[in-house]
Design a protein. Structure first.
Length: 213
């Protein structure tokens, strides 16, 4: 997808001004990168619903083509609409370090064994040229059983890419038994009587002794 980035002069915007721009379909944003001068801009709100950290786009900045990845998204707390975006711009032939979200795919047999698949951390950093770095890194769990895990060492980087400062022993996904907390049943009088030490009087026995007296 290609995004249109429009430079802006204001470096700071108050909430009222942000709302005015949003009503025109514009979200305040900022761009930075190793080979460009950082600066503020606007981006269209049109496709923002599906954005996430690591989303990749083709953009044009100062007349040159770049690959842009989303580094940060800020949201309005009540409506949860995007109010600011930070883009990391990388030249087409420039090597970049980009954080890419994990995406679990497949159905783990461990789920039929009473287990649950758990993603241990959200993203992995890849080194490579922008066109070689995917928007997601898929982790296939279709052979994962209860008690097993997937580590970085079990995964293969996309063609043209390599892991960037990643511990190969780091666990990415696990499949473990679902822990069920036991429910404590309230004691019935019969159970309480059975549990009483030999020779001890139960409340009912005490009442009978009082009546006999």
């Amino acid at each position: 997808m290609e995004l249109q980035l429009t430079p802006r002069e204001e470096t700071r915007l108050n909430n009222k001004t942000r709302a005015q721009y949003y009503s025109k379909g514009l979200i305040p944003a900022a761009v930075y990168g190793r080979s460009i001068e950082a600066g503020p801009c606007f981006v269209s709100v049109k496709h923002s619903r599906g954005w996430h950290k690591g989303s990749m786009f083709d953009v044009s900045w100062n007349g040159k083509p770049y690959k842009a990845s989303i580094e940060e998204l800020q949201y309005e707390p009540v409506s949860h609409k995007v109010v600011h975006v930070s883009f990391h711009l990388v030249g087409k032939n420039e090597t970049a370090h980009i954080s890419v979200p994990f995406k679990v795919v497949g159905k783990a047999p461990g789920e039929k064994e009473g287990g649950m698949v758990n993603l241990q951390f959200d993203a992995v950093t890849l080194e490579g040229k922008p066109d070689d770095i995917p928007e997601y890194f898929e982790v296939d769990v279709s052979e994962l059983h209860v008690g097993e895990k997937v580590t970085i060492a079990d995964l293969t980087p996309p063609p043209g890419c390599k892991w960037y400062h990643q511990d190969e022993e780091q666990t990415v996904v696990t499949c473990s038994h679902i822990k069920v907390q036991p429910v404590e049943e309230p004691e019935t009088p019969e159970v309480a009587a059975e549990a009483a030490p030999e020779g001890a009087e139960t409340p009912a026995a005490e009442d009978e002794n009082k009546e006999a007296a």
